[in-house]
Design a protein around this ligand. Structure first.
Ligand code: HEC
Length: 111
C-alpha cells in the first residue's frame, strides 16, 4: 500500500466515522506512478516478459552496467543466478532465448 493509498483509506474511514460517507463519498481516483522502465523491444522479448517479471521490475535489468564486460557471459550468469539462487522457474529451453535478448538489447553502452 502506498502512502497516498493509506491517506485515502484514512480519509475515507474518517468520513465514514463522522457519518458523512453516504452523502459525500465520491469515487476515489488513485493514479499509480508510471512504470519507469519496461523491457525494450527486441527478439524474444515475450519470453523475458513471461519469465522475468514475477519477482521484480525490469528496472533490475535496466540499471545493470553496460559495455564489453557485460555481454553474453554476464547475462548467462545473471539468468542462471535467478534460477539457481533465487529459484526462478525458468525452462532450460528458454534460457538461451533470454540471454540472447538481454545481450542484444542491454549490453551496449548506447542502449
Ligand atoms: C523467483 C524470483 C525471480 C525471478 C523470476 C527473476 N528474478 Fe531477478 N532477482 C531476484 C532477486 C531476489 C534478486 C535480488 C534482489 C536484491 O538483491 O534486492 C534479483 C535481482 C536481479 C538483478 C540485479 C542484479 C543481481 O544479480 O542481483 C537482475 C539484473 C535480475 N534480477 C534479472 C532477472 C532476469 C533477467 C530475470 C529473468 C530471466 C529475473 N531476474 C527473474 C529474483 C528473481
Amino acid at each position: 500500500m502506498t502512502a497516498s493509498m493509506r491517506l485515502a483509506a484514512a480519509t475515507f474511514a474518517l468520513a465514514a466515522g463522522l457519518g458523512l460517507a453516504a452523502a459525500q463519498a465520491r469515487p476515489l481516483k488513485i493514479t499509480l506512478p508510471p512504470e519507469t522502465a519496461a523491457f525494450k523491444p527486441g527478439p524474444n522479448r515475450e519470453v523475458v516478459m513471461n519469465n522475468c517479471t514475477a519477482c521484480h521490475s525490469s528496472d533490475y535489468v535496466q540499471t545493470q552496467p553496460r559495455g564489453p564486460k557485460f555481454g553474453k557471459d554476464f547475462w548467462t550468469a545473471e539468468v542462471n543466478k535467478m534460477v539457481k539462487v533465487y529459484g526462478a522457474p525458468i525452462e532450460d529451453a528458454d534460457i538461451p532465448k533470454i540471454v540472447e535478448y538481454l545481450t542484444q538489447t542491454y549490453s551496449t553502452a548506447s542502449q
